[in-house]
Design a binder for this molecule. Structure first.
Ligand SMILES: [Zn+2]
Length: 335
């Protein structure tokens, strides 16, 4: 009898102190088939008849008490959540899996290809000085790209938001001597109206290769290998003359149309070719700015727009889609 009284107190205290997520375990511990109360009732066989009756009654009383406790608490829990109506027939909420944005994905791939070709990565500031963005790249004062209408200048300073990643060429050459094989990915800014192929913020990857005896053949070889890796092994390349102040000669690289394979379609305007990047041999005037021996060293440089590469690779016909965060568009592009 004494044991039952002690037990009762012990059980009631443990129930009072238990948190609701422990109830299930306690219920099994006290009332289960191998539980404390069941064991007492089972153990009564060897007890003298008189005592058996009293102990039995006490044990049953305790059992009811414990049962009552659990009943009460179930009720309380139901009460506390009854303020909200729950429609259990509603379909479950799906969590959309995260994915890499098409621009980041194209950029990652471009970086990986050039790293395999032996290039390393350089970064430069997005707020640049006039010197690095224009002057040291042989872009003279009267050049149209310096126009207030193209460049975001920072008021009353010679600072501006870089209009291309080319200033990283200068910063890299100032820091180190040839051989140089670097790419410089990053954000650029121009005062362009937003339309299907323009955005005031966009991404470029700059490339620079400087060593002794670097020729236009090296440029063609490296960039054609890159194009084949990015767009597929059947991709053909073509180089046409162009002009940039910081390269001489300058060229534009075309790839065989990724949509029609060169047969002609409305994306390539029935030419079979798509212009994808600007490139050329580094203008010796640029080497003079960074103190390189123009007799000893030569090099090539290129710059490409990451958005354009992403659009061609993933079949996106409007650049604005890349920035609108439309979930249906992103779900369709990123699989
Ligand atoms: Zn085409």
């Amino acid at each position: 009898m004494r044991d039952i009284k002690d037990l009762r107190e012990e059980i009631l205290i443990s129930l009072k102190n238990a948190s609701s997520n422990e109830y299930e375990a306690l219920k099994i511990k006290y009332l289960g088939r191998k539980g404390v109360i069941t064991s007492i009732l089972r153990g009564l066989k060897g007890v003298p008849k008189e005592e058996r009756k009293i102990i039995g009654m006490e044990a049953n009383k305790l059992k009811k008490e414990i049962e009552e406790f659990f009943k009460q608490h179930k009720v309380e829990r139901a009460k506390s959540s009854s303020g909200k109506f729950r429609d259990y027939t509603l379909p479950g909420r799906k969590n959309l899996p995260g994915a890499v944005h098409p621009v980041s994905r194209a950029l990652d791939e471009i970086i990986n290809i050039f790293m395999r070709l032996g290039f390393s990565i350089e970064y430069g500031p997005e707020i640049e000085s006039d010197y690095y963005n224009f002057e040291a790249l042989n872009i003279p004062k009267h050049h149209p790209s310096r126009d207030m209408q193209d460049t975001f200048y920072i008021a009353e300073s010679d600072k501006l938001l870089r209009t291309h990643t080319s200033p990283v060429q200068i910063r890299t050459m100032e820091r180190q001597k040839p051989p140089i094989r670097v790419i410089a990915p990053g954000r650029c800014y121009r005062k362009d109206e937003i339309d299907p192929s323009h955005s005031p913020v966009f991404h470029q990857v700059e490339g620079l290769y400087v060593d002794e005896n670097v020729t236009f053949a090296d440029l063609k070889g490296i960039l054609s290998a890159f194009a084949g890796d990015f767009f597929g092994p059947d991709t053909k390349t073509r180089f046409t003359p162009s002009f940039f102040p910081f390269t001489e000669p300058s060229s534009e690289m075309y790839v065989s149309c990724v949509f029609c394979g060169g047969k002609g379609c409305n994306v390539c305007q029935y030419t079979g070719w798509l212009e994808v990047l600007g490139c050329g041999l580094v203008n010796p005037k640029v080497f003079e700015y960074v103190g390189y021996d123009t007799e000893k060293y030569s090099g090539f440089a290129f710059g490409l727009g990451v958005e354009r590469f992403a659009m061609l690779k993933y079949g996106i016909d409007d650049m604005r889609l890349l920035y609108e965060n439309n979930i249906e568009f992103l779900k369709g592009v990123i699989k």
